[in-house]
Design a protein around this ligand. Structure first.
Ligand code: PLP
Length: 401
């Protein structure tokens, strides 16, 4: 046996979605006549904009011509896409970035998982709780998260986000080197206002802490007080790296494109130099047709279609929120993100609530326990289904309650 990575070898199995799928299957097997509707879908369902598919197809055909063929592209992305990202997502918000501070990638999952490579093995991290599992897992696989006991990693500081604090994470109580923030948040669906995020940025600047900011859901923001990028905060360029994605913005979950912003202001250019060095060692960029497809998201038709799809999902979110609130549940999120986070009735666990919903409403969702200890007693519903299924599901839930 070769000497294997012991941290990776002893990782606890990803349990959440497998267990949810198993409970749905079990129910369906015993009740073949019932049709279970899942509001647990964490993936978009609306088709791509025709502007995007046209650009992708035409770039693919271009590659089949002598003049249009391209081999390896620039590791950090083609200038046309970097410029489009800057012009559409940063410049309008008053953020200045140079083109070499934006790195195109195959998505925010790979980027957020790679961020930990910037840290030493002794570095301490903090995460909000509940949390998108990638942040912790990527650290745990290198040993930085310590040991896993009773659902907690021993070296990670968890910042509880609950109804009691309005899902705004408290500042860490112990020494940390880096903190992962994702707003609007998956799974809680809650966003931070500019002053709330500014407080974090000020604290990070004062304490020399690095913020890893996941802005995957920024296109879903509807509140005027919520920043679309952390760089709307004063001083953020000296403490924060931001990841973004076309996945939820433009339905690219199966196409794969994202970007990471690493400002030169971070520690005198050190992190920019490290990230560039790692990119060139590990990656060869994203395919040309995909980058052309991403560029087309920002054409007038692309923008219109993406807006329409996001509005469609956010209408589902509104339907879920209003109906469940009307039925007396405590409901959060769903205003600036396609997720609705609810408190289970009668203080039962999220898992018990899943069983209740399957049994009495034939509806599934995701138990909060799966996202971390502070998710206990909460439940996530997503707005990514069809309008018809969403309406039917909430009607059934309200009847069952
Ligand atoms: C969906 C999602 C992403 C996007 O990941 P991609 O790899 O770009 O598809 C990133 N962060 C969070 C929290 C998400 O839920």
């Amino acid at each position: 046996m070769p000497a294997l990575n012991p941290y990776l070898a002893s990782m606890p199995a990803g349990y959440l979605f497998r267990e949810v799928a198993k409970r749905i299957d079990d129910y369906q097997r015993n009740h073949p006549e019932d049709k279970v509707i899942s509001l647990g879908i964490g993936d978009v369902t609306r088709p791509l904009s025709a502007a995007v598919t046209r650009a992708m197809a035409s770039a693919a055909l271009e590659m089949g011509t002598k003049e249009g063929f391209r081999g390896y592209g620039p590791e950090g992305g083609y200038p046309f896409l970097i410029k489009a990202i800057y012009k559409n997502l940063y410049e309008p918000r008053g953020v200045t970035l140079s083109s070499d501070e934006i790195f195109v990638s195959d998505g925010a999952k790979s980027d957020t998982a790679a961020l930990q490579q910037l840290l030493s093995s002794e570095a301490r991290i903090a995460v909000t709780d509940p949390v998108y599992p990638v942040y912790i897992d990527s650290n745990a696989m290198t040993g930085r998260a310590g040991e896993y006991r009773n659902g907690l990693w021993s070296q990670v500081e968890y910042l509880p986000c609950t109804a009691e604090n309005g899902f705004v994470p408290p500042l860490p109580q112990h020494y940390v080197d880096a903190i992962y923030l994702c707003f609007p948040n998956n799974p809680t669906g809650v966003a931070l206002t500019l002053p709330e995020l500014q407080r974090y940025v000020d604290w990070a600047v004062q304490n020399g802490v690095l913020i890893f900011y996941d802005a995957a859901y920024s296109a879903f923001i509807t509140s005027s007080t919520v920043p679309h990028t952390i760089y709307e905060c004063r001083g953020a360029k000296s403490c924060a790296i931001e990841c973004g994605s076309f996945s939820k913005l433009a339905g690219f979950t199966g196409v794969r494109c994202g970007y990471c912003v690493v400002p030169r202001e971070l520690y005198g250019g050190t992190l920019h130099r490290m990230w560039s060095r790692m990119q060139s060692a590990h990656r060869n960029g994203v395919s040309y047709p995909v980058q052309r497809a991403a560029e087309a998201v920002f054409t007038p038709q692309g923008m219109r279609d993406c807006r329409e799809n996001i509005d469609y999902y956010m209408n589902n979110a509104r339907v879920i929120r209003n109906a469940l609130r009307g039925a007396g549940l405590e409901v959060f999120g769903g205003v600036d993100a396609p997720y609705v986070w609810l408190k289970t009735p009668g203080g039962i666990s999220g898992w018990q609530f899943l069983d209740f919903l399957l049994e009495h409403a034939q509806v599934a969702g995701t138990p909060g326990e799966g996202f971390g200890p502070s998710g206990a007693g909460y439940f996530r519903l997503t707005a990514f289904g069809t309008a018809e299924h969403t309406q039917e599901a909430v009607t059934r839930i309200c009847r069952a309650l």
